[in-house]
Design a protein around this ligand. Structure first.
Ligand code: BG6
Ligand code: MG
Length: 220
C-alpha cells in the first residue's frame, strides 16, 4: 500500500531547538527577562508569534505592536544567522536512512512544520529533494495542536488522513496528528510524548520491520 509519511522538522529532522534557544534567550535578556532551557522546551512546536507572547507573559511585560514586530524580526534574523551555517552534519541520526527506506518502498513523504524557515533549512541540510510535499508555517493559519498542517500535507500527497503516519517531537504536534486521525509516532522522551501511538528515542530505534508493518497495515 502507499501510505503518507509526514515529518515535523525542528527536533525530528534537525536539532534547531538550540538555535531557537540562543536567539530567544538573547531577546529575553535584552528585555531583562530570564529564559531557561526548561522554558525553551515549552516553546517546541509553538509558532513564532505565540513564542514571543509566552516570553512576555513569563516576564510580565507589555509592549507595543511595533515593538513586538521588531523583536520578532530581530529574533528571526539572529536565528537565520545560525541556520546559514548549518550543513548535513546537523541531520539527526538515521533520518536520511529512513527517508531512503520510504523512497525505496515507493511511499509518499511530506514535511509538516510550523516553521516559516523550513525550506531554507531543508536546503542547507540537502534533504529538500526527498519530500513530495512541503507544508510549513507559510502555508497554514492554525498552529499545532490544530491538525491543519498535517491535513494539508495529506491532501497534497493525495493520501487520506487515516493512511498517514506523523513523526513528531512536540506534545502539540502529537495532539495535532491524533486529531487528524493519523498514526502518531513520538520521537523523544516517552513521558513527555505519552499521547503518541508509538514512541522512539530517535530513528536509530526504528527497525525496518516496523516500517513494513506501517506500510502494509489496513485502514482501521
Ligand atoms: C517549530 C519550532 O517547528 O517552528 C518552534 O519547534 C518555532 O520552536 C516554530 O517557534 C516557528 O519557527 P520559525 O522558524 O518560523 O520561527
Ligand atoms: Mg518539532
Amino acid at each position: 500500500m502507499k501510505k503518507g509519511f509526514i515529518f515535523d522538522l525542528d527536533g525530528v529532522i534537525v536539532d534547531t531547538a538550540k538555535y531557537h534557544f540562543l536567539a530567544w534567550q538573547n531577546l529575553a535578556n535584552s528585555l531583562g527577562i530570564s529564559f531557561s532551557s526548561a522554558q525553551n522546551e515549552q516553546l517546541k512546536g509553538v509558532s513564532r508569534v505565540r513564542s514571543l507572547e509566552k516570553i512576555l507573559e513569563w516576564g510580565d511585560k507589555t509592549i507595543s505592536k511595533e515593538e513586538f514586530n521588531r523583536l520578532m524580526r530581530e529574533k528571526n534574523e539572529e536565528y537565520l544567522d545560525y541556520i546559514s551555517k548549518m550543513d548535513t552534519t546537523e541531520i539527526l541520526p538515521d533520518v536520511p536512512k529512513i527517508l531512503d527506506t520510504l523512497i525505496s518502498k515507493k511511499q509518499a513523504i511530506a514535511l509538516g512544520s510550523a516553521s516559516k524557515n523550513a525550506r531554507v533549512i531543508l536546503e542547507k541540510v540537502q534533504l529538500i529533494d526527498k519530500f513530495h510535499a512541503i507544508v510549513d508555517g507559510t502555508n497554514v493559519s492554525k498552529a499545532k495542536p490544530d491538525p491543519e498542517v498535517f491535513l494539508v500535507g495529506a491532501r497534497q500527497l493525495n493520501i487520506s488522513p487515516e493512511n498517514c503516519i506523523v513523526f513528531e517531537d512536540s506534545v502539540a504536534g502529537i495532539q495535532a496528528a491524533n486529531t487528524a486521525n493519523m498514526i502518531s509516532i513520538g520521537i523523544g522522551d516517552a513521558n513527555t510524548l505519552h499521547q503518541a501511538d508509538y514512541i522512539f528515542k530517535d530513528f536509530t530505534e526504528i527497525k525496518e520491520e516496523f516500517i513494513n508493518n506501517l506500510v502494509s497495515a489496513r485502514k482501521v
